[in-house]
Design a protein around this ligand. Structure first.
Ligand code: ZN
Length: 385
């Protein structure tokens, strides 16, 4: 598996304020760094470069995207406005801040995601992770939203679509992938699936609800109740996302990979653990598809880094790091209702019409050499359960 990185992603300075809200708050003694900050991405990099999974990864330097590439998913007028806004510190919407350095970061995040795509498309690796910021999945063709400026996952998907691939985007960031939904709203040949918490619309730049009612022929929203955890995500993938991918006939997968669904994330109300992300990685890898992952949310940086490490373990069929923090029990009482609600709107889909007792999808075991491999400080691979 290749990890793609570009130093310019660190140049995007989001400042400080009241958590995600920039500016001065007179009653606040000590402003807080904006949650989407460079230290977060550096911590993610360090975890993969120095954690027990490190020997299993190779690293590649990304590149800058050019104007034509960015315009594949955004209006040129929006990109021009954004570029101008980046000349000085500007709040482009409620909690989305840019400044000098941000335009380079935007182009680096998009170009590095494309570099990851190019490696997979060329057959150099089946799995490529674009470890980039700013994140992208809320960015719409003509609007920034929720820390997101350019939609990196959508750009990869559109590029793959133009190359003749049948592309699916799977988004497990805890927030609805509304930007990706908008980019492909009128594009039947890209499937978008978002699994997220029920948070509804927010602000002028986020009118989408994320509800199952917004699902359609090529967009599926699986909205889970607050408190949903590892089990809910496992079932959402096995019972809805993966059958949809199979019925759609996806031959290329783009994953919008966020860790703000963790039990400790300040921006999410879901209850995933590192083990849950390991399961997601194992399940996604088991699909056997060429896959590009783009970094989205995840804001308690230490635990997010652990979750990233665990996800990558899962992708590689490994089980290395212990989770010293997980203790909140998984609450699964609302999952049946949530999944039934998500399926009820999928009237055009054959899989959703079938009576269901058991998930049809089962993870494929990883190659034997990966099951046996050991990290330098880990417990050694145990393979899938
Ligand atoms: Zn998020």
């Amino acid at each position: 598996m290749e990890v793609f990185w570009h130093d310019a992603c660190l140049a995007h300075d989001t400042g400080a304020g009241l958590w995600e809200l920039p500016g001065r708050w007179e009653w606040l003694d000590e402003p807080e760094p904006h949650p989407e900050n460079a230290a977060r991405l550096r911590t993610f990099r360090h975890a993969l470069a120095h954690g027990p999974v490190a020997p299993h990864l190779s690293w590649s330097t990304g590149r800058f995207a050019d104007d034509e590439e960015l315009a594949r998913v955004h209006a040129p007028s929006y990109l021009a406005r954004l570029r101008t806004a980046c000349e000085r510190r500007t709040v482009v919407e409620a909690n989305t801040v840019v400044g000098p350095g941000s335009w380079d970061a935007v182009r680096a995040a998009a170009g590095t995601a494309l570099a990851a795509y190019e490696a997979v498309a060329a057959g150099r690796t089946r799995l490529a992770y674009a470890l980039v910021r700013p994140p992208g999945h809320h960015a719409q063709p003509t609007a920034a939203d929720g820390y997101c400026l350019v939609n990196n996952a959508a750009l990869v998907a559109e590029t793959a679509r133009r190359a003749g691939r049948r592309v699916a985007v799977l988004d497990w960031d805890v927030h609805h992938g509304n930007g990706t939904q908008e980019v492909f709203r009128d594009t039947d040949d890209v499937l978008t699936v978002s699994v997220h918490m029920r948070h509804g619309p927010w602000g002028a730049n986020h009118a989408q609800t994320g509800a199952p009612a917004e699902s359609g022929a090529s967009n599926i929203n699986v909205e889970l109740s607050l408190g949903a955890g590892d089990g809910a995500y496992r079932r959402a993938l096995a019972e809805i996302a993966f059958p949809a991918l199979a019925e759609f006939g996806a031959d290329f997968l783009v994953c919008a990979s966020g860790f703000d669904g963790s039990a400790f994330d300040p921006n999410g109300r879901h209850n995933l653990t590192a083990a849950g992300y390991r399961d997601i990685g194992r399940a996604v890898s088991g699909l056997g598809l060429p896959t590009v992952l783009t970094q989205e949310g995840g804001y308690l940086r230490g635990y997010s880094a652990l979750c990233l490490h665990a996800l990558v373990e899962g992708l590689l069929g490994l089980d290395l790091l212990d989770d010293p923090l997980a203790y909140v029990p998984d609450d699964t009482q609302l999952v049946d209702v949530d999944l039934a609600r998500a399926r009820s709107t999928l009237t055009a889909w054959g899989f959703a019409a079938e009576p269901r007792t058991e998930p049809r999808w089962r993870p494929r075991p990883p190659p034997a050499e990966q099951r046996r491999s050991n990290g330098p400080t880990g417990r050694g691979g145990r393979g899938p359960a």
